[in-house]
Design a protein around this ligand. Structure first.
Ligand code: CP3
Length: 341
């Protein structure tokens, strides 16, 4: 078994730096498009055979050191009673967004088999991987989930989200607590189904000030990490635009802190402390550049990591649609070659 990724999560020495990419399964791959031509994204997520198959597509093609289960962070919202749709070319839509206390109180707790299809996909993906690389499970963090649930989709300024937070803090905390409990149970089930590490995606939390993060988000994220400590698998805590939040995110929890490309990896590692691992942080748009330019940027990140145990190479956010497939292949190979110990 290639266990470089798990070793790096635990800050143990490795032969070379492990690499995987957020959103490594997706539309930039023809194999993925072929499946999506016949099935909606929700169908793929809810059919364990398909989800497992898509999970393995990037592993079969690139020298990656971890697989991530194919699912979506919004699936638990659907299980809680929100009507979720992935509209072609528009991104996710929630048709009955949360706007008041009554709709928050109506959310179902999700403490049973509502998301059993993800657990089954994990079991099937583990079987298909035959120990080649570890499998990562994941969930959205409460703030990022709340933002979709309240806005009804993606957002630019998060006005309705912050409006609830600022005007009705008690309802806000009820919602965040409900989400945190669902996410904890969901991740625990993923781990018990075979996920060998889990990542919490707080993709949009960077829109908050440090003061608001500390007051309205941190305690709920802490509940999740505290609730998973006993599970004995590495916990990854990721967000974007988090340069000013890193210290607080570290305090909230995680064995690995995910960094986006807006920070220097060495500065950020110092900020969170060398007693946690870090993951990142190439600009996803760098994969559209020439091989020479990619190499310059990969070298820079590796130089900042300085061979210190506990660096997992990744992008600073997910692979974008239309990313050149060669850029992905070249980058994965390059990370291994340039980081040989
Ligand atoms: O990384 C992987 O390969 C695993 C699969 C994965 C998906 N979504 C599948 C997906 C993961 C890890 C996610 C997480 C996710 N989903 C996040 C957090 C990560 C991030 O990028 O910040 C967020 C914010 C979502 C919500 C979401 N799902 C959006 C905004 C979209 C539309 C975006 C787009 O590019 O159209 C989705 C749909 C989605 N989920 C796609 C994939 C591969 C693309 C849709 C398609 O196949 O047509």
């Amino acid at each position: 078994m290639n266990d470089r990724f798990l070793k790096a999560c635990r800050r143990e020495p490795v032969d070379c730096t492990p690499v995987w990419f957020m959103r490594q399964a997706g539309r930039y791959m023809q194999e993925y498009q072929a499946i999506r031509a016949k099935h909606s994204i929700l169908e793929v997520c809810k059919t364990p055979e398909l989800a497992a198959q898509v999970t393995l597509q990037p592993i079969d093609r690139f020298p990656l050191d971890a697989a991530i289960i194919f699912a979506d962070i919004l699936l638990p919202l659907e299980a809680m009673g929100l009507r979720l749709e992935f509209a072609e070319g528009e991104g996710p839509i929630i048709h009955n967004p949360l706007r008041d206390r009554a709709s928050v109180d109506q959310l179902r707790p999700v403490d049973g088999d509502e998301l059993a299809y993800v657990e089954e996909a994990i079991r099937q993906a583990r079987r298909a991987l035959t120990g080649k690389v570890p499998l990562i499970g994941f969930a959205g963090a409460p703030f990022t989930l709340a933002s979709y649930a309240i806005e009804g989709g993606g957002s630019r300024n998060y006005i309705r989200t912050k409006q609830l937070m600022y005007r009705e803090p008690e309802v806000w905390h009820r919602l965040m607590d409900k989400l945190a409990r669902v996410v904890t149970g969901y991740l625990r089930r993923q781990i018990r189904a075979g996920a060998e590490a889990v990542q919490l995606f707080d993709s949009w939390v960077g829109c908050l000030s440090p003061g608001d993060y500390a007051e309205y988000v941190l305690p709920h994220v802490q509940l999740i990490f505290d609730g998973l400590k006993r599970e004995q698998v590495p916990l990854i805590h990721f967000g974007t635009g988090t340069g000013s939040l890193l210290r607080l995110m570290r305090q909230a929890g995680g064995d690995v802190i995910g960094l986006d490309w807006r920070v220097h990896l060495d500065d950020a590692w110092q900020t969170v402390g060398h007693d946690v691992a870090v993951q990142g942080n190439l600009d996803p748009v760098a994969l559209f550049a020439s091989v020479h330019e990619i190499e310059r940027r990969v070298e820079d990140i590796l130089r900042r990591a300085a061979g210190r145990p506990g660096h997992i190479f990744n992008l600073g956010h997910g692979i974008l649609p239309n990313t050149p497939i060669d850029g992905v292949a070249v980058t994965a190979e390059m990370v291994h070659k340039l980081s040989q110990r």
